[in-house]
Design a protein around this ligand. Sequence first.
Ligand SMILES: CCCCCCCC(=O)SCCNC(=O)CCNC(=O)[C@H](O)C(C)(C)COP(=O)(O)OP(=O)(O)OC[C@H]1O[C@@H](n2cnc3c(N)ncnc32)[C@H](O)[C@@H]1OP(=O)(O)O
Length: 226
Amino acid sequence: MARELTPEQRGVRRDAVAELGQALRDLVDAAVRTEVPPDRLAEATRAARDLTGLLSEDLREVHEIASVDDPATGERWYSPVYGPGSPVAPPMVVQDRPEERRCVGRVTVGKQHEGPPGLVHGGVVATLLDHVLARSARAAGHGGLTASLTVSYRRPVHLGVPLVVTGELVSVEGRRATATARVVAEDAPEITLAEGEATLVALRADRASEVFARTGRDVGAWTSRG
Ligand SMILES: CCCCCCCC(=O)SCCNC(=O)CCNC(=O)[C@H](O)C(C)(C)COP(=O)(O)OP(=O)(O)OC[C@H]1O[C@@H](n2cnc3c(N)ncnc32)[C@H](O)[C@@H]1OP(=O)(O)O
């Protein structure tokens, strides 16, 4: 069932996926902020159902990897954290710096991810940290799944504020890597808003084949390459 695209086809499709993703994120933002009257909400509901029908003309199975993805490198176009095509991704833009064993994410979180009024939901903060923790290890060649995650919330994280989320690989022992991460506001980088630490464990190759069998693809990014 794998839908393989040529690099050219993939490029064209990625552009279209990113455009739809942005349009849908604008829609989600409007949906959680609208105060239009109920008849206008009903009209929007009908339009949303029509759109769902259009997109459902050809759907992947739940375990099927998107044709725009690259499972070998773990690049996910519908990642809920950074995926350009995901309506629920903030989305965070992440730069890998493998030579520093770090990655740096930039994101401004909107109303759809609100916890306490005006503040980013704590679970979303944990998600952003989890992503850069796993990614700093993966970018340095130690891909693995999060086995444990600890988060400390030091200060409220406000919606609508540009944030910098940095992950750093600290140590590697066999299949186990340890990473740390922090969230700061771009304009006050000396104040830690939240920090996290994770243990990432690379799947054994046999276990990875089992875990990802239903994707029907070779998924290398979550196993140790060492
Ligand atoms: C990269 C960008 C994308 C980012 C994605 C974000 C990351 C994610 O969301 S990952 C998804 C969430 N995580 C998961 O689904 C993981 C689920 N858990 C598992 O599959 C397994 O428990 C797994 C793989 C972590 C460990 O299983 P397994 O390989 O059998 O472990 P095991 O052989 O017992 O232990 C291997 C090593 O890891 C250590 N370890 C295992 N579990 C833990 C744990 N919870 N905490 C600390 N260390 C642990 C062991 O102590 C052992 O260390 P050592 O080799 O030094 O003795």
